[in-house]
Design a protein around this ligand. Structure first.
Ligand SMILES: [Zn+2]
Length: 145
């Protein structure tokens, strides 16, 4: 998974309006959450960002957003959780903290603990992204009232 930073510049004066961090292949389908247009700080032109707020997204885009997070969750759990669990189990046996026969249980416990931690962090981040988006939408509705 590669990460790139996309700089959005104003088509009128060339000033940098915003930059978005993208994870290759994971931002397809218009799932990035953010303001769909941003005013250029130099000349005030409205510049499109290829993003949209949560309320503007279609059902498919929302479903895709959730699906992406699930994929991250599964990859994170297997790679990070599995890796850490195996290391923990090996170290515990070699340090004689536990018996060789307890290694399986130890690895499984460590895997569950790390996976739960990763899940909690990812779910919290996704919920915060959506909440921030809803907050911006509410705020701009107040501004325009
Ligand atoms: Zn400009």
């Amino acid at each position: 998974m590669q990460t790139e930073i996309v700089i959005i510049s104003c088509p009128v004066c060339g000033a940098t309006v915003d930059h978005a961090v993208r994870h290759n292949g994971f931002q397809a389908g218009g799932t990035s959450i953010g303001p769909s247009v941003i005013a250029c700080p130099e000349c005030g032109t409205w510049v499109g960002t290829n993003q949209s707020e949560w309320v503007e997204k279609s059902f498919l885009q929302r479903a895709w957003f959730v699906l992406q997070r699930l994929v991250w969750l599964i990859i994170g759990s297997v790679v990070v959780g599995g890796g850490m669990a195996i290391v923990t189990g090996t170290v515990a046996v070699e340090s004689h903290w536990i018996d060789k026969s307890q290694q399986g249980t130890c690895v499984l416990t460590a895997f569950c603990a790390v996976s739960m931690l990763i899940s909690a962090i990812l779910v919290r981040n996704a919920r915060r992204e959506i909440r921030n988006s809803l907050e911006r939408t509410r705020q701009s509705a107040v501004d325009h009232a």
